[in-house]
Structures are given as structure tokens and as C-alpha cells.
Design a protein around this ligand. Structure first.
Ligand code: CMC
Length: 379
């Protein structure tokens, strides 16, 4: 690569050394600290996986017990923060509410000395523990309900569900939500994680780091795609419409939401696990019509887009799963954030260990040496 060659989207340009997660995009392999994400989704818990991402190894029993305790005791929000959430427009997007409230959270727990590991660990615990409470609080308050206080006797996934719906999940629902959180927890140098690292590299406080990452995740080309997928499946309507809908979309160069990935040129391994979860759920209840449309879309797309290496990504089946859990569509991306905060924070801590501020170059294509014309001499 010549010194000033532009690589749009930084494709194939390494921007950091990282030991957190590994992707083999040709062999559909995703590992967190060396352990397959699929295995963690089946065997682990979100809390254990978060420790693994943050610290590098699985926790001992004692470490996990302490970590659980530390998270559970930091879930509750200050009443002023609840008041702030109450003042947000109820028809605003929950990702915007999350970005604002994460930023405000940092004002209650100032954490500007990022040279101090104890401070940083405290902020890591606070952010991981608080995001579900912030998401659940906005989701209730916007409907005119009171926010539900977190319960320390429930684990991360069960408590999140409880705070959203006011009832405990069944064991099967808890497991599905926990697995979804694990599968979304980390994915190396995606846009929001890179945002977190860039923001962290300025030595900004961790609440700003996470708030910036939430903003980045909200876009439809990134985390926002899961929400778009359901709209797309609705627009297609029936299995019979899939072929003509897809042909038309390809002819008009529309992006098929939930398909394609910068790194995976095969089906995203997370999509495969999410589909398994969906199949298990539907074994008892029967497949919803929307899932049938999704399956047909994948089948037809395999023929039309597969040759270009475009296959379902993580967002393709997650929406169908969340909808079956009764979760409103506009909370899909906030749930992604509740999970991905683990990866963002792991990358932030890693960035600080060997920090240099991000300051890339540009390829200048503008004018130079232009004379200033006083206003009165301009038309
Ligand atoms: N539907 C139709 N064509 C596609 C798609 C798609 N979903 N994705 C890529 N392509 C085509 C694209 O039109 C281009 O074709 P051509 O070479 O003929 O111009 C080629 O594939 C390369 O596409 P690209 O946009 O340059 O690829 P990228 O690596 O820059 O973008 C992506 C990756 C994920 C943004 C893109 O695939 C996309 O927009 N997908 C739909 C949105 C989506 O599902 N996003 C979630 C991503 S996974 C979770 C996450 O990271 O948040």
C-alpha cells in the first residue's frame, strides 16, 4: 500500500493489536479469548463471558461469585437519572435515550482519571451493570409505567427481562436471552468498537467512550440492522413473494438487511446459533409466518447473493428471536448494546494499556491557496 492510498471503510487496514476476539471469516469461526462463541453461548453465562473478555481467562469460582456480586450491587439508578429519563420524549428512539443516559450516568460517577486501574474497573462494573437498567427504565417510562427496580437475586439476563416486563422469565426464555447477550458481546474491530477505541485513545472518560459507541451502533448498517430486518420481512409479507421481492431488490441495488459482512464471506456463525435457538423455541409453539419468510429468503438469497459471499449475518435471526420473546422492535439494538458493552470495555481497557491517540491521515482532494473575496464584492 502506498503511503497515501485510501482504503474506504479502512477495509483490511489493521488499527490495533488485540487479543480479545478472533474471527476466521472463511471458516465461520468466532472465538472470545480463544474459546468458540458458540460454545460459550451454550455453556457459559453473560457474566462469565464478560469476565473472560475483560480479563483474558475464565474466572475461578470465587472470582465469578465476586464479579456477580459487584455487578448486582451496581444495577440501581440514582433517582435523578430516572427523572432525567422521564424528561426524554417518549416517542424518541431508545438508542438515543440510551446514549444520553449513559453520558449522564458518567456525571453521577465522575471517572476522569483513566490512568488508575481501580477507577477504570469500577467504571467497567458500573457500566456493565447499569445498561440493562437504563434500557428497561426508558422502555417502561415511555409507556407511562414506573421503572422497575433491579433485583439482586436474579442473574443479568433474568433481571433485565424482569425490569422490562415486571415478571421473571421462564428458564427457557432466560437461557435464550442469555445466549443472545453472549453472542453479541464482542466482535473485534467493528464500527462501534473502533469508535470506543478512538474515543478511549483521547483519554476521554469511560462513560463518554460507551456513549460514543452506542451512537455508532445505532446506525442501520451496524446494530440498527436487526430492527430493519423485521420491517423487511413484513414488507415481503409471504413466502410466495420472496423470489420476486429479492430479484427486484437486487435489480435496484438495495441492501438486503441482515445479509453481508465485511469479514464473513460465509454464514455468520452467530446467525447459525441464533437460528438454532429460534428453531428450539418454535418446536413447541410452531414457526411464526415471519420466520417462514426468513427461511425462504435465506434459501433464495443463497442462490442469488451467495456467489458474492453474501450470507445472513448476526442480525438476520436475532430480531425473530427477540420478537418471539415479546420484545418491542426498537429495543433490539439497545439489547445489542447491553451485550456489546462487554466488548467495548474490554477494548477500552486494552487500548489504555498501550495507548497512542488515533490520528489518521486523509487524502486531500480540495482546493488550496484560494483568495478571500470580501462579502461586498461577491454576488
Ligand atoms: N445486500 C445486497 N448486496 C450487498 C449486501 C446486502 N446486504 N451487502 C453487500 N452487498 C454487495 C454490495 O452491493 C457490493 O456489491 P458491488 O461490489 O456489486 O457494488 C458488495 O456486496 C460489497 O458490499 P459493501 O457494502 O462494499 O460491503 P461492506 O463490507 O462495506 O459492508 C455491510 C458490509 C454489513 C455494511 C453490508 O453488507 C450491508 O450493508 N449489509 C446490510 C446491513 C446489515 O445487515 N448490517 C449488519 C452487519 S452485521 C452486525 C453488525 O456488525 O452490526
Amino acid at each position: 500500500m502506498s503511503e497515501m492510498e485510501l482504503r474506504p471503510g479502512l477495509a483490511d487496514v489493521p488499527v490495533a493489536e488485540s487479543a480479545i476476539s478472533f474471527i476466521d471469516g472463511k471458516r465461520a469461526r468466532l472465538e472470545y479469548r480463544g474459546i468458540a462463541a458458540e460454545t460459550l453461548a451454550k455453556e457459559s453465562s453473560f457474566e462469565e463471558t464478560t469476565w473472560l473478555l475483560l480479563k483474558g481467562d475464565l474466572p475461578t469460582q470465587k472470582e465469578l461469585a465476586e464479579f456477580n456480586h459487584d455487578l448486582r450491587s451496581r444495577r440501581k439508578l440514582k433517582y435523578k437519572l430516572i427523572d432525567l429519563i422521564k424528561s426524554l420524549p417518549e416517542n424518541g428512539h431508545p438508542m438515543d435515550a440510551l446514549q444520553s443516559s449513559v453520558s449522564a450516568l458518567g456525571m453521577f460517577y465522575p471517572s476522569r482519571d483513566v490512568g488508575n486501574y481501580a477507577n477504570n474497573w469500577e467504571a467497567t462494573l458500573r457500566l456493565t451493570a447499569s445498561l440493562p437498567t437504563l434500557v428497561a427504565a426508558f422502555s417502561r417510562i415511555r409507556n407511562g409505567d414506573e421503572a422497575i427496580e433491579p433485583r439482586e437475586d436474579l442473574d443479568h439476563a433474568a433481571n433485565f427481562y424482569y425490569m422490562m416486563f415486571g415478571k421473571e422469565p421462564s428458564a427457557a426464555t432466560r437461557k435464550v436471552l442469555d445466549a443472545c447477550l453472549i453472542l453479541h458481546a464482542e466482535h473485534n474491530m467493528n464500527a462501534s468498537t473502533f469508535t470506543a477505541r478512538v474515543t478511549g485513545s483521547t483519554l476521554a472518560n469511560p462513560y463518554s467512550v460507551v456513549s460514543a459507541a452506542v451512537g455508532s451502533l445505532s446506525g442501520p448498517l451496524h446494530g440498527g440492522a436487526n430492527e430493519e430486518v423485521l420491517g423487511m420481512l413484513d414488507a415481503i409479507g409471504t413466502k410466495a413473494n420472496v423470489q420476486s421481492w429479492l430479484e427486484n431488490a437486487i435489480a435496484t441495488k438495495a441492501k438486503i438487511m441482515g445479509f453481508g459482512h465485511r469479514v464473513y464471506k460465509v454464514k455468520d456463525p452467530r446467525a447459525t446459533v441464533l437460528q438454532e435457538l429460534a428453531e428450539n423455541m418454535f418446536a413447541e409453539t410452531g414457526r411464526p409466518a415471519k420466520y417462514e419468510v426468513a427461511i425462504e429468503l435465506e434459501r433464495v438469497a443463497n442462490g442469488l447473493l451467495g456467489p458474492k459471499g453474501i450470507y445472513p449475518n448476526v442480525d438476520f435471526f436475532s430480531g425473530v428471536v427477540y420478537q418471539s420473546l415479546g420484545i418491542p422492535t426498537d429495543l433490539f439494538t439497545p439489547i445489542f448494546a447491553v451485550a456489546r458493552v462487554a466488548g467495548w470495555l474490554a477494548h477500552w481497557l486494552e487500548q489504555l494499556k498501550n495507548n497512542r491517540i488515533y490520528r489518521p491521515e486523509q487524502v486531500f482532494v480540495g482546493k488550496t491557496n484560494v483568495d478571500y473575496i470580501p462579502l461586498e464584492k461577491r454576488p
